[in-house]
Design a protein around this ligand. Structure first.
Ligand code: HEM
Length: 185
């Protein structure tokens, strides 16, 4: 299957690959910045990157969800078994949910903890949560476990993409690749 209607549109591809690169960079920065004995200025830079790009990712996610709602993707090819369709649907909902939970929990962890988020502070946006160590600690735990779940779903997602691209070769991988292709028609 490869007809134009089967492909993702260009904005959907650009959003997918921009977010893919940023989310993987966020996980790398997140894991690295909490390592003990890390150089202080490197740690500060990573935290600044992580907090501010994390908030940007929340906006990109909202934009993407709105775009998808206006332009739903085509159905999978007819020969994809029912259980794989269900697994794909479930894993995509899980990815969206976790990509929503991560920045929200991160935001609460930082703001309830009394720390800055430089771009939001610079724009004069006040904290949406009250200062509370207990809330900050809970959000930290949610952020941590959601991060592990997100990592697992990303591995599953890449595995499924490789299965379609290498084993089945049914056009499901190439309808999202390359990142900037224009959809014809
Ligand atoms: C898609 C977005 C995000 C992803 C994938 C992500 C991922 C991660 C990961 C993997 C960690 C390391 C695990 C840990 O020790 O907790 C981490 C830590 C952290 N993240 Fe995020 N994060 C995201 C968004 C945010 C946002 C928006 C903020 C704040 C505005 C934030 C603030 C933090 C903080 C403060 C930590 C250190 C946790 C601590 O020890 O207090 N994150 N993040």
């Amino acid at each position: 299957m490869s007809g134009p209607a089967f492909q993702y549109r260009r904005p959907a591809r650009v959003l997918h690959w921009t977010m893919a690169v940023l989310v993987i960079a966020m996980i790398g920065a997140g894991v690295l910045m909490v390592q003990p004995d890390l150089d202080r200025s490197l740690q500060n830079g990573l935290f600044m990157f992580h907090k501010n790009v994390g908030v940007l990712l929340l906006f990109l996610l909202i934009l993407r969800a709105l775009y998808r709602w206006r332009h739903p993707p085509a159905a999978l090819p007819d020969d994809v078994p029912g259980w794989q369709r269900q697994a794909a649907g479930l894993s995509h909902v899980s990815l969206y949910t976790l990509l929503l939970a991560m920045p929200i929990a991160g935001y609460i962890r930082v703001k309830a903890g009394g720390f800055p988020i430089e771009t939001l502070d610079w724009l004069g946006i006040p904290s949406l949560v009250p200062r509370s160590d207990a809330v900050a600690e809970t959000a930290k735990v949610v952020h941590y476990f959601s991060g592990i779940a997100l990592g697992a779903f990303i591995v599953l997602h890449i595995g499924a993409a490789a299965y379609h691209g290498i084993l089945r070769r049914d056009g499901v991988f190439s309808r999202m690749w390359p990142p900037f292709a224009r959809r014809h028609g």
